[in-house]
Design a protein around this ligand. Structure first.
Ligand SMILES: CCCC/C=C/CC(=O)SCCNC(=O)CCNC(=O)[C@H](O)C(C)(C)COP(=O)(O)OP(=O)(O)OC[C@H]1O[C@@H](n2cnc3c(N)ncnc32)[C@H](O)[C@@H]1OP(=O)(O)O
Length: 371
């Protein structure tokens, strides 16, 4: 345990969590068009939007590549979070419109990589796909990943696609929150860490609540924690028969998030919701479908083919009708969902400081205790 504690203490968070104190200011805008921008421009805009102004030491004089990157990021100055984020989204959104207008050499699937490091974003057949891309870690969600998903959703909300899909790369959909998020303690201490994590959680879930177009989860394997709870905010959930759905919050000394304290009892009734959210019962795909959390289950051998054929057909429907129908359904309870999200995030802020939660996380890393 001493070794683990030492490791936890050594694991300092290099980066301030998005939403923590950033100096409001200045001037600089992304002035290049999406087609003029290089991968490096995207990376710098992404850095600015997720990490704030340049916060790493200047690389040495002989480290020519990293020094050039550092100088480009540093040149972006000190933008307020919202401005940096909007600049980034404008740059990415420009990709689809500019590639539409230049018909020469248009790739079949627009690669909207645009500086993302933990997700892969592509567009094809009027469908934008956001794929979680940490298969070796079962697509566990790091802080950077939460931030990139927020940015990807914002870009997808403005592009010309009809439908947006979230899916995972590899054998898992996602194993939920990356538990190392709680071991990276910044110099300002665990309370600041918990507060910043609660802000990140609220922003992340808020971007699903507000997403204006039909949102589809293509659940390619097991799902744990927050990757399960946010399913209640999707319009369609398609699952392989290999998928399982697990919310072991009590085991981790934690409590429900993703608006699941409201959506799950509404979807499956209070008794079944309690089994999952309070007692951590793991559901098979068939059970989750019977409870109404999953729209349809497909055999794993034909999962991708059947799902994408279905989605391609849906994406040809009139886009405005799709969007307006989604929005009218969501508008009935949008404010309520935001209030629930705020409440769940603030309760979790307290929970993360509890010994129950700390012990569970130490247990995972010291004994590799599996759920
Ligand atoms: C902003 C904050 C919001 C917070 C809100 C969210 C709440 C939640 O999401 S709670 C749920 C948290 N998730 C878990 O507790 C899952 C923990 N993981 C596991 O129990 C197992 O890894 C799992 C059953 C998912 C898979 O088991 P295996 O098939 O045996 O694979 P491995 O354990 O060998 O995993 C491979 C590799 O990935 C690492 N991993 C997997 N999941 C996580 C995770 N959630 N956090 C951190 N790391 C994870 C695992 O440690 C292995 O790493 P290596 O040993 O380095 O290969």
């Amino acid at each position: 345990m001493a070794g683990v504690t030492g490791r936890l203490i050594r694991c300092w968070c290099r980066r301030a969590v998005w939403g923590s104190l950033k100096v409001p200011a200045l001037h600089l805008h992304v002035s290049k068009t999406a087609m003029e921008a290089s991968q490096e421009d995207f990376e710098n805009a992404m850095n600015q939007a997720t990490e704030g102004s340049c916060n790493t030491p200047r690389p040495g004089v002989f480290d020519l590549i990293n020094k050039a990157k550092w100088e480009a990021w540093n040149a972006l100055g000190n933008l307020p979070k919202e401005t940096a984020r909007q600049n980034y989204v404008d740059l990415v959104s420009g990709l689809s419109s500019s590639s539409d207008s230049s018909s020469q050499g248009k790739p079949e699937a627009d690669q909207k990589q645009a500086g993302y490091k933990t997700v892969v974003m592509t567009s094809e057949d009027s469908i934008t796909k956001i794929m979680l891309n940490r298969p070796a870690k079962k697509n566990a969600l790091t802080e950077q990943m939460y931030q990139e998903i927020i940015l990807a959703l914002e870009a997808a909300s403005k592009d010309d696609s009809a439908i947006t899909v979230l899916t995972g790369n590899g054998d898992y959909y996602s194993s939920g929150n990356d538990l190392t998020n709680f071991t990276n303690i910044p110099p300002d201490g665990v309370e600041a860490k918990a507060k910043n994590s609660a802000i990140l959680l609220r922003d992340f879930v808020g971007s699903f609540i507000d997403f204006p177009k039909p949102l589809v989860a293509v659940v390619n394997g097991p799902a744990v924690g927050i990757s399960v709870t946010i399913l209640g905010l999707f319009d369609l959930v398609y699952a392989t028969d290999r998928a399982t759905f697990h919310t072991p919050f009590s085991h981790l000394g934690q409590t429900p998030e993703g608006c699941s304290s409201y959506t799950f009892p509404k979807i499956m009734g209070p008794a079944k919701a309690a089994e999952m959210l309070i007692f951590g019962k793991k559901l098979t795909a068939g059970e989750a479908c019977a409870q109404g959390l999953v729209t349809e289950v497909f055999p794993d051998s034909t999962f991708q083919k059947e799902v994408w054929t279905r989605l391609k057909a849906y994406s040809k429907l009139p886009q405005n009708a799709l969007r307006i129908s989604k929005q009218i359904i969501r508008s009935q309870e949008k404010e309520k969902l935001h209030a629930i999200n705020a409440k769940e995030s603030s309760i979790l802020q307290e929970r993360w400081l509890s010994s129950e939660c700390m012990n569970a996380i130490m247990n995972f890393f010291s004994q590799k205790a599996k759920l």
